[in-house]
Design a protein around this ligand. Sequence first.
Ligand code: ATP
Length: 265
Amino acid sequence: MDGTQNALLVPSTTDTPLLQVTGLTRLYGARIGCADVSFDLWPGEVLGIVGESGSGKSTLLSCLAGHQRPDAGQILFDGTDVLALSEADRRRLLRGDWAYVHQNPRDGLRMGVSAGGNVGERLMGVGGRHYGRIRDTATDWLGRVEIAAERIDDRPSAFSGGMQQRLQIARNLVTGPRLVFMDEPTGGLDVSVQARLLDLLRGLVREMGLSVIIVTHDLAVVRLLADRLMVMKSGHVVEAGLTDQVLDDPQHAYTQLLVSSVLQV
Ligand SMILES: Nc1ncnc2c1ncn2[C@@H]1O[C@H](COP(=O)(O)OP(=O)(O)OP(=O)(O)O)[C@@H](O)[C@H]1O
């Protein structure tokens, strides 16, 4: 992808991509998970990855986030070769600078720990020790994701699906991560709950100037959140560009099919 073109989109002062991905490939035996994926992500940019089920979105995201190791390719985060990091350094990255919002909040929360504990734990992971301050920050973050302060000692299992997802978002964003991975963050929720969550996410992304890679099969989600899109089919990126450009004037036959199938619904 052309770095010169992307640089025009970036509100940040830096002229180095936050993430540089080159030739990323993950195979499952003879089956392609994702193949030869390359892109740059600039600070403050939201990149949407779309495609039908089985197109390789989750495989790509999990390789990027270090949940599984690619067979080939390079990932540079702020110039650092992520695949060459020691396990301890990779974990440190995942605790603070990186965040991962799972589709199912249960995968991203500790269900046996209170709401405040879920948020506070992440602060402690980056060195927070002052209990009072951690609780104040957790309370503040619960408010930011529209969870009443009096629910701070409740466990997530007592929350609705939408509340659990908002709590997972608070837990992830409390450390001010430099890069946020999101896997279908609004999937599995009722339509009205999805709309509210999307609104909240859009506000936080803008307010915090977050750099985000978001995987979804829902084009409405990327229309609202993403600056740029990559369209995947059978593990390959078939089209990439500005979100409005790709959705309003799709060039690849597969993207045209994706867009028109949504319009027909
Ligand atoms: N653990 C695995 N073992 C074998 N094949 C896998 C595995 N995970 C994914 N695949 C295969 O890799 C390809 C890409 O799958 P992937 O789950 O990344 O796609 P996806 O676009 O995220 O789909 P979905 O939206 O359904 O999650 C598919 O052909 C899938 O069958």
